[in-house]
Design a protein around this ligand. Structure first.
Ligand SMILES: Cc1cc2nc3c(=O)[nH]c(=O)nc-3n(C[C@H](O)[C@H](O)[C@H](O)COP(=O)(O)OP(=O)(O)OC[C@H]3O[C@@H](n4cnc5c(N)ncnc54)[C@H](O)[C@@H]3O)c2cc1C
Length: 407
């Protein structure tokens, strides 16, 4: 079977790439290994699909980090969040903004976004073959041979959009990375990102269910801070979750147990102000208990647990020794936890690592290794924090890939 263009993987990136290519006149076959397209769209954002963000320009690019942001610059400028929003609204799905600059469908249904994208692909003339996994991809003198269970398909152009390794039950099993490597691409180490952090600290796990407004940072053994995030932090019985913990999990995994996780439990209060307020309380009314004197924005159970760790639970402010006060303030401003890993790919919303970015042309998503091959979405070595950044990157790189090199 001879085809002009075969897109492999019907997730956000592949659907966008296939639709753009079909609208530009290319006959497109889109291969999907599952019975349905876009499973990750359906489960995203707790079934509500945090489609994109309201951030833009350089600020948007920096969310992906310096190197990945620089690679994505052209894609994010060609198809920015405003263009993605306009596109999805034009397809009949009204969107609105929620906390933390997140954009969701007003209906709160991810299924509406997926249905609209599938309708659009069908209208553009994309032919989708379900339950059609790519089993092998080979470069020929001209074009490619794609092996599927039923046939070997020949194509002049191939767009690989098979996603990352996270949530393997959605179809993300690394086939695309293996195929790209087989064609000569370098695959950077694949690590879980946006995953809860595993922790065994009984005193903290006893506080499971607490949500804190904290700032987390991860530093390498030389003390260089790789990532710093202020977002809601959730304590669970298995460790730490919520956007703050998930956003730093990629850095924890990269450092493979050699990093240091620090939590500023009171990011708005400088250390000196904390010390001063404890001293003041001791002077004013020495009988006040230490847990009561700690910042009121912290849940009582956490204040009590911190005091217990420093033998200060039953002390009054006047009884608190200088070393105890200093140790307490240090933990409030920088609680160091022995976090070595996340809960892994089964719980990770995204994959860090993928096809090396210096082997992909950032203006077109064309492979610099194999002419006729284009790569897009999470398959690439790009990932962003929670907040719609991963769909934004997938749609924007898919948008460029679908142009098949036209600028
Ligand atoms: C639980 C969860 C919630 C998330 N929530 C959000 C959110 O709210 N906002 C956000 O921005 N991001 C979110 N993400 C991340 C986001 O879903 C992904 O970054 C995005 O879907 C990547 O798109 P993609 O098209 O590159 O890959 P995918 O969506 O993974 O699509 C790849 C497709 O390729 C198919 N495929 C794989 N191998 C083959 C093969 N050999 N042959 C044929 N087909 C194949 C797969 O079945 C799949 O359909 C979430 C992820 C998870 C797991």
């Amino acid at each position: 079977m001879q085809r002009e263009l075969v897109v492999i993987g019907a997730g956000a990136a592949g659907l966008m790439a296939a639709t753009v290519a079909a609208r530009r006149g290319a006959p497109v076959l889109l291969l999907e290994k599952n019975r349905r397209a876009g499973l990750k769209i359906l489960i995203s954002g707790g079934g509500r699909c945090n489609l994109t963000t309201t951030r833009e320009g350089e600020d948007l690019e920096l969310q992906y980090g310096q190197r990945r942001g620089r690679f994505l610059r052209h894609a994010l400028r060609s198809f920015p969040p405003a263009a993605l929003r306009a596109h999805v609204e034009r397809l009949g799905v009204p969107l609105h903004e929620e906390d933390l600059e997140k954009v969701f469908p007003v209906s709160r249904r991810a299924g509406d976004v997926l249905a609209a994208l599938l309708d659009d692909a069908a209208r553009a003339g994309v032919e989708i073959a379900y339950e059609s996994p790519m089993l092998g991809l080979e470069a020929l003198a001209e074009g490619f041979a794609i092996r599927t269970p039923d046939a070997t398909i020949h194509a002049r152009y191939v767009i690989l959009a098979t996603g990352g390794l996270s949530y393997p039950k959605t179809g993300a099993t690394g086939d695309g990375q293996r195929a790209a490597a087989g064609l000569g691409h370098t695959i950077t180490p694949l690590l879980p990102a946006l995953a809860p952090l595993a922790l065994e600290e009984p005193w903290l796990m006893a506080l499971a269910g607490l949500v804190l407004d904290a700032e987390l940072s991860v530093a390498d053994p030389q003390g260089r801070v790789l990532v710093r995030r202020r977002r809601p932090l959730l304590i669970t019985h298995r460790g730490l979750s919520g956007p703050a913990a998930m956003d730093v999990s990629g850095a924890v995994e990269e450092l493979a147990g050699t990093g240091t996780l620090r939590i500023d439990l009171v990011p708005d209060l400088p250390r000196e102000a904390l010390e001063a307020s404890l001293l003041e309380r001791a002077a004013q009314s020495g009988r006040r208990s230490v847990p009561q004197a700690l910042p009121a924005q912290l849940p009582e159970r956490l204040r009590q647990a911190l005091c217990r760790r420093h033998g200060a639970f039953e002390l009054s402010c006047a009884e608190l020794r200088r070393e105890q006060r200093r140790a307490l303030v240090s933990e409030l401003k920088g609680l160091v936890l022995p976090v070595q890993r996340s809960l892994g790919f089964a719980h990770a919303e995204v994959t860090r690592g993928g096809v090396a970015l210096d082997e992909v042309e950032p203006r077109t998503m064309a492979s610099r290794v194999r002419p006729g091959l284009f790569l897009c979405g999470e398959l690439l070595d790009v990932d962003g924090p929670i907040g719609g950044f991963n769909f934004q990157a997938a749609f924007a790189t898919g948008f460029l890939a679908g142009r098949l090199g036209a600028r």
